[in-house]
Design a protein around this ligand. Sequence first.
Ligand SMILES: Nc1nc2c(c(=O)[nH]1)N[C@H]1C(S)=C(S)[C@@H](COP(=O)(O)O)O[C@H]1N2
Ligand SMILES: [Mo]
Length: 387
Amino acid sequence: MTTQNTRRQVLKGGLAMAGLGVLGFPNWVLPALAQGAVVIPFLDIPEDVNFEPTPERRSLDVRRIDGPFTPADQFFTTQHYGHPVLEAASHRLTVSGLVDRSVSLSLDDLRQMGGTELAAGFECSGNRPPLQGSSSNGRWTGVPLRTVLEHAGVQAAAREVVFFGADSREEEMEWRRSTFSVNVRFGRSLPREHALSPAPFLAYALNGEPLTRHQGFPLRLIVPGWYGVANVKWLSDIQVQHERYVGKWQAREYRTIKGEMVDGEMRWNETAIGAMRLKSFLARVTREGSVHRVLGVVLHDGTPVRSVEVRVDDGPWQAATMDRSTPETYAWKLFTYDWTGATPGEHTLVSRVTDANGQVQPTAEDLEHKVTFLENNQQAPRTVRIS
Ligand SMILES: Nc1nc2c(c(=O)[nH]1)N[C@H]1C(S)=C(S)[C@@H](COP(=O)(O)O)O[C@H]1N2
Ligand SMILES: [Mo]
C-alpha cells in the first residue's frame, strides 16, 4: 500500500481489501493488554517517573502503547517558543521568494487541494533511553507539499525551501564579538529536490481530528523519515530562495558533533539533524501464562526493515516478529518477541534493527565519540526482574 492516497482511492482500496478501516489503514489493534497479562516493570525506568504533561511538554509512556497509531492526547509534544494561538478562519500560508507567483492560501484552499493521508511516526532528535517517550506515530491528513509548491511555481534559481512557524522570540544573538537583539522565528529548510519530492506533507489533521494547538494548529509540515525538528508547526510562511538557510534551529541548535577515527586520527564532524537514524527500543514486557511477550518499536528513515532481533542476557540474537499493521513506509514499526523459559532473577533485554541496506543499529560503544546527545539511536538495554 502506498503512503499517500487520494480519498477516493483509499475508499476503493478499503472496500477491496478485507481488514482495512474506512481510511485504508488496518484495523489491527494490539491488545491493550491480553486477558490476564501482567506488565513486568522495567528496572531502568524509575517507578515514580512522572508522565503528567507540563504546559510545554508531554512524553509518551511507551509501556502503554496499545495500537499502531498514537492517540492525539498521548502524542508526545515539545517546542521552543511556546504555542502561538492561531485562528483557523484567518490563517494564511504564504509562499514567496523565487516562485512564479506569490500565493496566500487559506485552510479551505488547502483542503480543496488535498485530503490525502499519510502515516508517519517520528521522534525528537533528543529522544533517548531510558524513557524513549519523545516518539509517536500518527495518521495525518493534508496536502503533499509539492502540490502547493507547484501551484506557486518554483523557479530554476531556487535551491532551498524555508519553512517558518508563527512562533518567534526576541533573542540576543552573538556574532564574533558583538551581540545583537534579534527577533528569531522558528525556521527550518529543505533542499529543493527534497521539498519537491513526493513525501513532504502539509498536515491539518491528526488521526482524523484537527491538529491540537500543541501539535501546530492549524497547519504543520511533516517531513516523513526525518527527526521531529523538521516538522515545523504553526506553519505560516514558505520562502523559496537561492542561499543556504543557516538559521538557529537549522544550523546551530540542531546539530551533532561526532568524532570518527580515520587512519588512526580523530576527525571531528558537525552535521545538521536530518533523516532519522535507524533505531529500535523495547516498550513493554508482559507475562502471558508461561511466556513473556516483549513489545518494541522501530523508528527509521523509510528504508525497508530487514530484521529486528532481541537478545536476553548474553544469549544469541533471536528474530523478533514485525507487526504487519504498520507497513506504511514512514510509519513506526511495532514488533514482538516471545521469550520462553525465563528464569527467576534479573535479566537484561536489548533489541537491534537492521535495514535493507545492511545498516545495523549501533551499540552505545559505536557512538562513544558522539559528544552531543541528539540522534541517540543506540541499542538500549532494559532490565527486568522475573519472580
Ligand atoms: N514552529 C515550531 N515547530 C516545531 C518546533 C518549534 O519549536 N516551533 N519544535 C520542533 C521539534 S524540536 C519537535 S521534536 C517537533 C515536535 O512535534 P510534536 O509536538 O507534534 O510532537 O516539533 C517541531 N516543530
Ligand atoms: Mo525535537
